[in-house]
Design a protein around this ligand. Structure first.
Ligand code: PMT
Length: 218
């Protein structure tokens, strides 16, 4: 139907930051608020989709008719995505996943001692690329947060991670991107693109979902 274009579709998405523990009281993370991903979850539910939202730690209420799962680390987010991906029609990776975690997170609070200290990081698994590599993969949509060469890097991620679509945002623009209410997206798929100019994240979420619905096979 026209007002519920995603009726019957199952959508899984990630939102928010991840936290990578240094010790029991400290972590590294980023400025993702979850607003973009929660707007997508809300818009998709309003468009009739059956929505599961896997979220890192954020201060947002769960949208109506959305099933929410809370996680902290990238590894937990990956595990939760893999536990829930079966039978999914659309996957959207909107979370700002930490690229690295601590090689050996301490079990006890690290004590202050030397003037300098080093922490060793190891690469986290790539959740989006793992979904795109599944034999029975859903229509897989990534985000790209860039501070320069937005189109070039976004198209690179579309290709390398074997995605069906990528929504790029220039996170160096003041008032857009991380933790803002507004955003602007440049959306790319293998044989097309569409600019979605500055708007409230909920407006952009509806526009991006309409594009996904247009580009995905029925
Ligand atoms: O949460 P908000 O405050 O509303 O801000 C929204 C946002 C800026 C976080 C969002 O619009 C956005 O750009 N999300 C993706 C952020 C990001 O991590 O981008 P990236 O270019 O580093 O990663 C590319 C893609 O790979 C993303 O879809 C990301 O979810 C995914 N990824 C990255 C690393 C990793 N280990 N696993 C992943 O799945």
């Amino acid at each position: 139907t026209t007002n519920k274009p995603l009726q019957g579709k199952k959508l899984l998405l990630t939102a928010g930051p991840t936290r990578e523990a240094i010790d029991p009281v400290r972590y590294i993370s980023n400025h993702s608020s979850g607003k973009m991903g929660f707007a997508l979850a809300q818009a998709a539910a309003e468009m009739g989709a059956d929505v599961t939202l896997i979220s890192g730690p954020v201060n947002l209420a769960t949208p109506n008719n959305v099933q929410r799962i809370n996680v902290e680390s990238a590894q937990q987010m990956l595990d939760s995505v893999m536990d829930n991906v079966e039978g999914i029609d659309i996957f959207i990776g909107c979370a700002a996943v930490a690229d690295y975690r601590f090689a050996d997170a301490a079990n006890e609070k690290i004590k202050k001692s030397a003037d300098k200290m080093q922490l060793n990081l190891v690469k986290n698994p790539d959740i989006l690329a793992s979904v795109a590599a599944l034999a029975n993969k859903p229509f897989t949509v990534g985000f790209a947060a860039e501070t320069s060469n937005v189109e070039g890097y976004a198209k690179g991620k579309l290709e390398h991670k074997k995605l069906d679509m990528i929504a790029a945002n220039d996170v160096s623009v003041k008032g857009l991107g991380f933790n803002a209410d507004n955003n602007a997206l440049q959306v790319f798929w293998p044989n097309g693109s569409q600019a979605l100019p500055v708007a409230d994240k909920l407006v952009l979420a509806r526009q991006l979902l309409a594009l996904i619905n247009q580009q995905m096979p029925n």
